[in-house]
Design a protein around this ligand. Structure first.
Ligand SMILES: Nc1ncnc2c1ncn2[C@@H]1O[C@H](COP(=O)(O)OP(=O)(O)OP(=O)(O)O)[C@@H](O)[C@H]1O
Length: 308
């Protein structure tokens, strides 16, 4: 059996007959267990992909599988194992969080005993008696997630769960996602903000303009990519000297970005000193997911219709 819980191959979505292409031959592999980030700039096709996986939009090409089963064909069989927050569910403002969830549980034929566990999973146990309307945005978002946890899903899909939240709310959601991953739920979480998500993801798929740009474990994607930041008084002359020495040089507004490959930083200092150029600053810059993402998407022209 495949250990991929979500799989897409050559997935496409063209909107309308003159087709704006939102998803353009996307391949996606989400392994079982842990937290998987689905990352890409605004308008790159994340929501459309998630909607197709959940049967909320129809694909115009390619194949998708959930738990190894082809979807949408076998969606009725697998949907019970999937929880998703794509749009906020409607809660009754004057009811407590617990009362709202009990109502949903009863409507869904779920044992109300699950309510306490779901509230605990999202860290709302202490506030379960408070009326929904008194909840902060972050608490409302966590309650929406609790609602989908009622059925104890193996896979939880969250579309931009930190949208509109303040830093405290973002931290709460992040901690909750980490805890859910640790409890054995596979979490697929989309975001256009890398820094928010990198810390909690075990693996990621990075997309741009509806296509997969990179996929894999976060530690592998950011590995081996230390660059050096060089500040020197004659940057253009220094860049020429270093390029002659075989070093890859990127020209930034206020510094040079050096990719040393196998070389030691001493070689930079030696090469520059040989031309009477003296570095004012030479510091290692650790590669993070943000820089991988920016590098991969910097060549992407803006997506028509994509939000800024
Ligand atoms: N119903 C629709 N009709 C026409 N175009 C659409 C429709 N829904 C989405 N699009 C377009 O498809 C592209 C991908 O949108 P999508 O919402 O999937 O991106 P996203 O990566 O989720 O973006 P965001 O981070 O802003 O949520 C965008 O150009 C968008 O304008």
């Amino acid at each position: 059996m495949s250990d991929l819980v979500v799989e897409a191959r050559g997935l496409r979505k063209d909107f309308g007959s003159h087709g704006r292409t939102a998803v353009d031959g996307l391949d996606l592999s989400v392994p079982r267990g842990g937290v998987h980030g689905f990352l890409g700039p605004n308008g790159s096709g994340k929501t459309t992909t998630i909607r197709m996986l959940l049967g909320l939009a129809r694909s115009t090409g390619g194949t998708m599988r959930l738990f190894g089963e082809p979807v949408p064909e076998r969606l009725p069989e697998v949907m019970g194992r999937v929880g998703a927050v794509v749009e906020s569910p409607k809660f009754t403002p004057t009811f407590s969080a617990r009362a709202n969830l009990e109502l949903l549980a009863r409507a869904g034929g779920i044992d109300v005993k699950r309510v306490g566990a779901a509230l605990h999973q999202v860290g709302l146990s202490g506030r379960e008696g408070d009326r929904y309307r008194t909840y902060s945005l972050g608490m409302k978002q966590r309650l929406a997630i609790a609602a989908t946890l009622l059925k104890d899903p193996e896979l939880l899909i969250l579309d931009e769960p930190t949208n509109g939240l303040d830093p405290a709310g973002i931290r709460e959601i992040r901690e909750m996602i980490r805890a859910l991953g640790a409890q054995g739920v596979t979490v697929l979480v989309s975001s256009h903000i890398l820094a928010e998500i990198q810390q909690v993801c075990d693996s990621v798929s990075i997309i741009g303009r509806g296509r997969l740009l990179a996929e894999g474990r976060v530690d592998e994607l950011v590995a081996g990519g230390t660059t050096y930041r060089l500040v020197v008084s004659q940057p253009e002359r220094a860049a020429g000297v270093l390029e002659d020495a075989g070093i890859v040089v990127g020209r930034e507004a206020d510094h040079l970005a050096l990719d040393l490959g196998d070389r030691e930083p001493e070689e930079v200092a030696r090469a520059l000193a040989g031309h009477d150029l003296w570095p004012r600053e030479l510091t290692p810059v650790r590669r993070d997911l943000e820089s991988v993402f920016l590098q991969l998407t910097s060549t992407e022209p803006p997506v028509p219709g994509g939000a800024a």
